[in-house]
Design a protein around this ligand. Structure first.
Ligand SMILES: Cc1cc2nc3c(=O)[nH]c(=O)nc-3n(C[C@H](O)[C@H](O)[C@H](O)COP(=O)(O)OP(=O)(O)OC[C@H]3O[C@@H](n4cnc5c(N)ncnc54)[C@H](O)[C@@H]3O)c2cc1C
Length: 540
């Protein structure tokens, strides 16, 4: 079988190598526009921050190494410019000489990835304005940072890449400011979780301004100022990470079904055109929960989809199980992770979402380095199906996320996933794993054992008509009466049985214990503030 693969980084090299492993008689040719193939795009921010020292580390395989390792042929700096699906040919242009050649195929894989969005504003060609997509980009950024002439940087875009770059600039002594048009950082997180992260970033030296649109860049040769619809920011450097767009313009008009320039694929990775497959950032997959077409421009998805379509092209029939939009990201002092549907997405998809936000120990509290996990867990109230998890914490958030991924992929309910005997020893976890603990709290909420107010409800003003009661370890909320749980042995002075009472403690647990006790003394309308003062800014 003669296979042409267009694009040779994550998805392309994965498809090509697997095709050869499936059948060594395959003839596989990769055409790649860029100079490097098989590089670690995900590692680029860490090269800028000197976490990865050598640029060679960014290149997983040179074309020569890859060819020897796999038996695939590679042509770099060769850009596909036209596809003829009737004749089964691709015309490609040598980037340096401009010379065009026609290549034929039995089967075609499109894995041309995506490119950073270049906003149509003045000043984009000024010096020290960068994107972050290729090793060459990261090398250029680091050279300028290492020159010592960069004190301030503006990062445009508060997604994972923008924030990772900001952290690595900070590591090198540069003061970053992150600007984003969206009302929150980290798309894919619910608003209150994103707001918490935004606060922590500010504390760590990465101020973020959301809801601000960059309108232009100014400077004399080098960039000096970023103009926005609110105010201007002086800077020595700009990193544009305001999203990506699939590199599919050259495919227009050939009959490929696309959505906003992204190629639609079925569960086998095949496009609507016979013998044409697509994978990676230029392709749509489907969502594992909703079944709808979904874009998952992630290295993880690119590699998985690549492997799968190579097997399907080789005669197997393996369905891609869908994406959950799973992501994990290291930020200064905290890590963040997410999977599945957010509360907002779950509502939009017609579920009846119920969520809980818990603040839990991430390992035995007496161990050095113990900290908190903030876990937001979302399930469907009627079916009890787990829909999504978001987690913030200094520790191994990826483990919490990965347990959730397993549960959601297997369509697990809260009952299915309860009481799992997850690994425990003090340096790693708590006796009831934080995931199971959060799940128990959510089950308590659903069956009415816990009556609570979410941070989102609290922020939206749901406390109107409630008396706030401070039940922290020590009095901590100015203007709120303090009640020590262990002293309560009947109705509490100043609190009537019919009062609406919001119980607030440090993290939520003590308030829950007090609620339980107060119910037994006849209090009818108490609520626990989820996350307590650890998560909410409580003012009376
Ligand atoms: C800074 C950064 C950090 C990231 N961190 C993570 C992370 O932590 N986790 C994660 O899962 N993902 C991460 N990603 C995303 C991940 O890198 C991408 O999802 C992945 O690289 C996509 O692979 P791809 O093969 O689809 O496309 P690409 O990597 O974009 O490769 C496409 C290739 O196609 C070539 N090409 C383009 N047009 C043509 C054409 N017409 N003809 C021939 N060749 C062409 C390009 O030159 C390029 O070499 C990160 C990305 C970046 C930039």
């Amino acid at each position: 079988m003669k296979v042409l693969v267009l694009g040779g980084v994550a998805a392309g090299t994965k498809v090509a190598a697997k095709l050869m492993r499936e059948d060594q008689s395959n003839e596989v040719l990769v055409l790649n526009k860029g100079k490097d193939i098989s590089y670690a795009g995900c590692g680029l921010p860490y090269y800028v921050g000197h976490v990865i020292e050598d640029k060679e580390e960014l290149i997983v395989n040179t074309p020569a190494q890859y060819e020897k390792l796999t038996g695939v042929k590679v042509l770099t700096e060769t850009e596909a410019v036209k596809v003829d699906v009737q004749a089964k040919t691709v015309t490609a242009k040598a980037v340096v000489s401009g010379e065009e050649r026609v290549y034929s195929y039995d089967k075609l894989v499109i894995s041309v990835g995506a490119s950073p969005v270049k906003p149509p504003i003045e000043g984009m060609n000024l010096e020290n304005v960068f994107f972050v997509r290729t090793p060459a980009d990261a090398i250029s950024i680091r050279e300028v940072v290492d020159s010592g002439n960069v004190k301030k940087a503006v990062v445009v875009g508060a997604g994972y890449i923008g924030l990772e770059i900001a952290e690595n600039l900070l590591l090198q002594g540069v003061r970053p400011v992150v600007l984003d048009m969206a009302p929150q950082v980290l798309p894919g997180f619910d608003m209150e979780m994103a707001a918490y992260v935004e606060d922590k970033l500010g504390d760590a030296g990465i101020p973020v301004v959301t809801g601000v649109k960059v309108t232009g860049l100014e400077g004399n040769g080098k960039v000096e100022k970023v103009l926005t619809d609110k105010r201007a920011y002086k800077t020595n450097m700009v990193i544009m990470s305001a999203g990506i767009r699939p590199n599919t313009e050259f495919l227009e008009g050939i009959g490929l079904e696309m959505f906003k320039g992204t190629i639609l694929t079925d569960e086998f990775g095949q496009t609507n055109i016979q013998d044409v497959y697509a994978a990676g950032d230029c392709a749509m997959v489907h969502h594992a929960v909703t079944g709808k077409a979904a874009w998952s421009p992630m290295g993880s998805t690119a590699n998985m989809a690549g492997r799968l379509i190579a097997q399907n092209m080789s005669g197997k029939s393996i369905e891609y199980r869908g994406t959950l939009g799973t992501a994990v990201c290291k930020l200064p002092g905290i890590n963040v992770g997410r999977t599945g549907l957010t509360q907002e997405q779950a509502e939009a998809e017609g579920f009846e979402p119920v969520s809980v936000l818990t603040v839990l120990d991430d390992k035995a509290h007496y161990m050095p380095g113990a900290g908190n996990f903030i876990i937001k867990m979302i399930a469907d109230r009627s079916s009890l199906r787990l829909l999504g998890v978001q987690v913030i914490g200094a520790g191994a958030v990826d483990k919490v996320v990965d347990i959730a991924v397993t549960g959601i992929m297997l369509k697990g309910t809260l009952t299915d996933l309860a009481d799992m005997g997850l690994a425990y020893a003090p340096p790693f976890s708590t006796a009831i794993h934080p995931f199971v603990h959060a799940l128990n709290v959510l089950r308590n909420k659903i069956d009415g054992t816990l009556e609570s107010m979410t941070p989102a409800e609290y922020a939206a003003g749901a406390t109107k008509g409630y008396k706030v009661v401070d039940t922290c370890k020590a009095a901590s909320i100015e203007g709120a009466p303090f009640v020590e749980l262990t002293t309560v042995d009947g109705p509490i002075d100043g609190l009537e049985l019919e009062d609406n009472i919001l119980l607030v403690c440090n993290r939520g647990r003590k308030a829950y214990l007090l609620q339980n006790r107060m119910k037994s003394y006849g209090y009818k309308h108490t609520k626990v503030l989820e996350g307590g003062i650890a998560f909410n800014n409580v003012e009376v």
